[in-house]
Design a protein around this ligand. Sequence first.
Ligand SMILES: Cc1cc2nc3c(=O)[nH]c(=O)nc-3n(C[C@H](O)[C@H](O)[C@H](O)COP(=O)(O)O)c2cc1C
Length: 185
Amino acid sequence: MSKQIRQPGPYLYPLPVVLVTCGIGEKANLITLSWVGMLCSTPPTIGIGVRPERHSHHLIREVGEFVVNLPTAEQARQADYCGRVSGEGHDKWAACGFTRTPASQVKVPLIAECPVNLECRLRHTVPLGSHDLFIGEVVAVHIDDSLLDEQGRVDFARLSPFLYTGRDYYRLGERLAPVGFSLRG
Ligand SMILES: Cc1cc2nc3c(=O)[nH]c(=O)nc-3n(C[C@H](O)[C@H](O)[C@H](O)COP(=O)(O)O)c2cc1C
């Protein structure tokens, strides 16, 4: 291999693409995020990096809750749109044809059309620089039946997820191997 040394940057691509809902009532908004990660299993915790200038930023701070909705590759157009247009004075729900559905533990609505919805309560806010890290505890999980296998286990491959490389979106490719295969010879 022949490698160049580049200026430091967060080159951790590819990334997932999620639609986060925030705000309540008429103010409820959607924002597309990729600077997102699982941080802890117990309590189940997710971190999202949001720029303070985003309209969604102050809604998350104001309400102290948000919902992480996982879109399918078929919803990439809506996810791209919600990542290019601000919800300030604009209804992204109507523009995307998404339905607001009440959550079970938080006041922020979830997107009915997304097959996975993770209701989160904001536990910590860490200012990092260009982005603030919002750390949320997952307090309820909604999974569509279509993602369940014959044993009732969640199979995320059935979600038809997609990834972001910083430039383009990609569907997941072919299955490589089951976890633990390296130990099985
Ligand atoms: C694929 C993709 C990923 C994005 N990820 C982030 C992110 O992680 N954090 C962020 O602050 N903005 C991110 N954005 C930009 C926001 O989604 C965008 O500025 C959006 O219009 C803000 O909406 P709002 O003003 O309604 O909050 C992303 C955009 C795209 C298209």
